[in-house]
Design a protein around this ligand. Sequence first.
Ligand code: GLY
Length: 395
Amino acid sequence: MNKNSLIITFLVLLNAVSFAQNAARKPMSQLINDEFKFAANQYKFLAKNIPAGKTPQSFQDGKHVNYDIKWWCSGFYSGSLWYIYEQTKDESVKKEAEEALKVIEPNQTFTGNHDLGFMMYCSFGNAFRLTGKPEYKAIIQRSAESLSTRYHANVKAIQSWNKSKYWDYPVIIDNMMNLEMLNWVSDNGGDKKFKEISIIHSNTTIKNHFRPDFSSYHVIDYNAETGTVKRKATWQGAADCSAWSRGQGWALYGYTMMYRFTKDLTYLNQAKGIAHFILNHPNLPADKIPFWDFDAQGVPFAKRDASAGAIMASALLELAQYTDGEEKKEFKNSAETMIYSLASDAYHAKLGENGGYLLMHSTGAYPLNSEIDVPLIYADYYYLEALARYKKWYL
Ligand code: GLY
């Protein structure tokens, strides 16, 4: 064995040992309770550092990073607060959630990108679910109308980003997530066209985004006139042909969610195939929190992406609801491992640290040298969602 192999073997063993040490886990019911209480307190630190009109994104090099409301992440702060409020009934959290909604409300007429589902459904969707306020529903409906303007029948997909020097009509795998809002609006008294668009988009994405092993390309660039595929590429992944981890998470979540709304077995089978790709991948670490790309250079030293782990955990908990036997066990147990990992000291912040975010070690866009190994608001959101889902479905 040469020196490098020895080091790698040592690190793998170390990972396995520290993982085994974590085996003395607290019961999930207690962990979930503790986590929501912690989150209510931790987010009070986060709330102190958000300038008016902005939404929190990250904490990097000792500085709070807040972005404009048009950034795709603007809905995750209020969404996280609604999840925390749901479990803790802390009225000050609710007040902050309502304030955060007011900040992003103007997004309902925004048509500049495909992210309206992330922005307006994770936020107003949860707010409506918990309060039933008709004004929230109207905002979601208006947002669905805005998002649907980006659908074009020539391509049979919603355009993710605008035409630029890089792309003609780019569609990214992340776009699957925005379909949840469209389905929900159609199923809750809105125009049926939104659900039709989401089904056509999902079918186009199955056709063009996936490889035979169920891994997904990040970006497909289409010819806007003819709808033919011009290029299969990446933006945030390690290479065009690689499996960018968060993208695999979006795909898994997206097709599981499409099955929920349609009961079309094509989507269920797609979700299962994606889950098996992720869970059987030789580069998935023992704690099941992925490296930022399954094909990242430098594995097992590559940076992790806790956000991908949180998204996958939440999605697997739902997918396990739609499966039986060994497969169900595998999906639920894997999600459980991810949750326990994220709750461990390896990823979880201490009270008052990490800028007030819950989780450390996410990676936003490695090739762009942006948001590497940092807290990210959406990692927290999907972690909280996974905890809430676990409580609702498995306790
Ligand atoms: N939707 C953008 C990302 O996942 O980074």
